[in-house]
Structures are given as structure tokens and as C-alpha cells.
Design a protein around this ligand. Sequence first.
Ligand SMILES: Nc1ncnc2c1ncn2[C@@H]1O[C@H](COP(=O)(O)OP(=O)(O)O)[C@@H](O)[C@H]1O
Ligand SMILES: Nc1ccn([C@@H]2O[C@H](COP(=O)(O)OP(=O)(O)O)[C@@H](O)[C@H]2O)c(=O)n1
Ligand SMILES: [Mg+2]
Length: 240
Amino acid sequence: MWRRVTSVSHLTFAHKSTVNKNACTFKCWESFTTEIPRKEKTTYQRAKTPFITFVLGGPGSGKGTQCMKIVENFGFTHLSAGELLRREIASNSADGIMILNTIKEGKIVPSELTIKLIQKEMELSDNYKFLIDGFPRSEDNRKAFEQIFGAEPDVVLFFDCPEDEMVKRVLNRNQGRVDDNIDTIKKRLKVFTALNLPVVNHYLEKGKLYKINGVGTVDEIYKQVHPVFSSFHFEKQVRV
Ligand SMILES: Nc1ncnc2c1ncn2[C@@H]1O[C@H](COP(=O)(O)OP(=O)(O)O)[C@@H](O)[C@H]1O
Ligand SMILES: Nc1ccn([C@@H]2O[C@H](COP(=O)(O)OP(=O)(O)O)[C@@H](O)[C@H]2O)c(=O)n1
Ligand SMILES: [Mg+2]
């Protein structure tokens, strides 16, 4: 478990919101104080100011691979939206069949459902630095997140990779995923172009986007990623 040792004056991350400050003050407070063991609430949870990174890019662009390196180097908690949805399918939840069919078709699961899964993981975490990988995948995802969390990301990484390279990587991924076949990949690429690129452009206009060239070795790509995070001052943490 990680605990921040410096004192923090912000009780919520309302200061980051340009969307709905009241919603943020209320909803984020509520969000980070539910389902947390009582003794944690007053000390650590109050001090937590989330640092949110969205990780965008087409299927196979290397999001998950680079997230692992960011976790190793900067102590982020990695939340893959796709992984959370696959876990939901595996748990035989009421939404499982619908999620499975949506993923097989390369389409986007309703935003509220994905956000609920992300929010639950954030509540359960002792960390304050989050990599939200594969989200938002559409303007609807993005707007729903802003509405529910009342906050925007601090950083948005976008892995820019040519389609033929992404297809090659996905077909070699060998993780037994139902959507890693050529038919579904073609659909996912279409959905990516139509729905994800507007999100990329939104964050570009807001000055939050870090566009990374997704071609090269894993280490070559990480060399572009590392400076994005080393330019931020993260507060010291100690293990307790
Ligand atoms: N720079 C790279 N060069 C070659 N293969 C890569 C690179 N980065 C990741 N891969 C491989 O490509 C596949 C897709 O990478 P992944 O990180 O799962 O992408 P995404 O999460 O964007 O779909 C994986 O099998 C991974 O090991
Ligand atoms: N925000 C999200 C993320 C993923 N998904 C679904 O989950 C699938 C797999 O997402 P993923 O992020 O694991 O896929 P990769 O880009 O890592 O290959 C997507 O193609 C969508 O069908 C979604 O509906 N909404
Ligand atoms: Mg992935």
C-alpha cells in the first residue's frame, strides 16, 4: 500500500475542472470516500488528488506495453478499459454477454458501464496516479467521463502508428482475445478513425496531447514517453 507523506491542501480535484466545478467538488469527494475502509478515509483518502493520464491509440499501437514501463518507472496504477471489460465478461455479470458481443463487433461499450468499472478501481486504489488505457475511445466516452467525474485528464498520450503495423502486431499478439482476428481488427480500425480521432483532436486543441511516434522498438518509443512524466513533480510516497 502507498501513502503520501506530504500534506496536501486540495481536498478534491475541483481546481482542475473547467467543466462543472460543483459536480466535481461533490461527486469526486463522494467517489473517493465510498467503499474505502473507515480508518483510511480521514487521513489518506482526503489528501488524494488524482493525476489522470488517458492513453490513446489504435488497436496494437502499443498502449498496454508502454503503460507497463510507465508503471515501473513512475508508480502509476494501470487501468486498461478493455481489460476491465474482459474481466466483467469472465465474471459472468449481467452485462457480460452484451459486452462480449460489442467487443466481437469492435464497437464501443456504453460509456456509463465502462466508467463505472474504472471508477470502482480508482476507489479501491491507494494510489493517486492513474493511467487510463484505451479510454476515452469516443466523444461520448469523453463527455460522460467529464460529466461523471467533473474533471479532465492532466495528460493525454497518443500513440500514433500506421495501420499495417497495428494489424501485424495484433495478429501476433497471441493472447487468445476474441477481437484479435482480421475481421474484427478491420472493424476496430474503422471505429478508431471515426470515433477516437475526434477525441485526439479535442485534446490537441486543449494543449494536453502528447503525440508519440508508435513505430520503433519498445525502448525507442519509451524514450519519447519518459520525459512527459519526468517533467511533472510527483509528491513523495512511502510504503506503509
Ligand atoms: N514497439 C513495438 N514493436 C513491436 N511490437 C510491439 C511494440 N510494442 C508492443 N508490441 C507488441 O504488439 C502487440 C500489441 O501491443 P499492446 O501493447 O497490447 O498494444 P495496444 O494495447 O495498443 O493494443 C503486443 O503483442 C506487444 O507485445
Ligand atoms: N473505452 C473502451 C475501451 C474498450 N472497449 C472495447 O474493448 C475492446 C478492446 O479494447 P482494448 O483497449 O483492450 O484493445 P487494444 O486497443 O488494447 O487492442 C475495444 O475494441 C472495444 O470493443 C470499449 O468499448 N470502450
Ligand atoms: Mg491494450
